[in-house]
Ligand binder design. Structure first.
Ligand code: GLP
Length: 243
């Protein structure tokens, strides 16, 4: 595991964009696993800039996103589909048909989850998976659990996650309480993983996840066993590492 400590969010976004750009240069037809949330917004902004100003091309890239709220349509402005278009896909030369997220309105959740897992297999697996980390250690929407999940599934969001994300919705009851998420196994099968964390609200969980026991109670702790993980985190998020 490599830990890259940066001074601030701006540098974090640039270092993360460097790694994603390197992956795209190495394999222009690569499969990128993408994440949502506040953390990667700056990274996407930097990738858009490199596409528009420096010719970094996504024309052959394929993407699969980690998760999607169950019950939100693609044109809902809080869906992750909407987020991805708003922050990245609409501004770069990626083909929309090469971008994939679970369908929040899928009639049959189980069929949707199986199809999503098959899609990842058909694409040949994920070359580089981008991750944030939830305050309770979740990755994707894999909440603390009794065992590590394997494949894409439906999940009930915990109160900690509802509290963290309700601010994006008009009110807490407008926020879906269920989501589709890649499993921990789906994430661990990615060839490389890039996890981003910034700010002091992530300090405690980052320390637990990276230095504590590997346990499904802290889903991100499983990353300690992955052979190719890079963490890019700012001083605040790494504050407890020196203690
Ligand atoms: C969200 C997403 C995760 C994300 C995490 C942290 O709920 N499902 O993929 O990494 O929570 O979000 P943020 O970056 O806003 O702190």
């Amino acid at each position: 595991m490599r830990i890259i400590k940066v001074d601030n969010y701006n540098v974090l976004s640039k270092r993360a964009a460097d790694i994603i750009a390197a992956q795209v240069l190495l394999k222009p037809s690569c499969v990128l696993g993408l994440a949502t949330g506040a953390t990667p917004e700056g990274t996407y902004q930097e990738l858009v800039r490199r596409n528009q100003e420096e010719g970094l091309s996504f024309s052959e890239v394929k993407t699969v996103n980690l998760d999607e709220y169950k019950g939100l349509s693609r044109d809902s402005n809080q869906s992750y589909y909407y987020y991805m278009n708003q922050h990245l896909f609409s501004h770069v030369d990626i083909s929309k048909e090469n971008t994939h997220l679970p369908d929040g309105l899928a009639e049959n959740a189980q069929v949707e989850c199986e199809a999503y897992e098959q899609l990842m297999n058909r694409l040949g697996g994920i070359d580089l998976q981008l991750l944030g980390i939830g305050r309770n250690g979740h990755i994707g929407f894999n909440e603390p659990d009794e065992s590590f999940t394997n494949t894409t599934h439906t999940v009930a969001l915990t109160q900690s996650t509802i509290d963290a994300n309700a601010k994006y919705f008009e009110s807490e009851d407008k926020m879906p309480h269920f989501a589709f998420t890649m499993g921990i196994g789906s994430i661990m099968r990615a060839r490389k993983i890039l996890l981003l964390a910034n700010g002091d609200t992530k300090a405690q969980i980052l320390k637990e996840a990276l230095t504590g026991p590997v346990t499904p109670k802290v889903p991100a702790s499983i990353l300690q066993l992955h052979p190719d993980v890079t963490i890019v985190a700012d001083i605040q998020a790494l504050a407890l590492f020196d203690k």
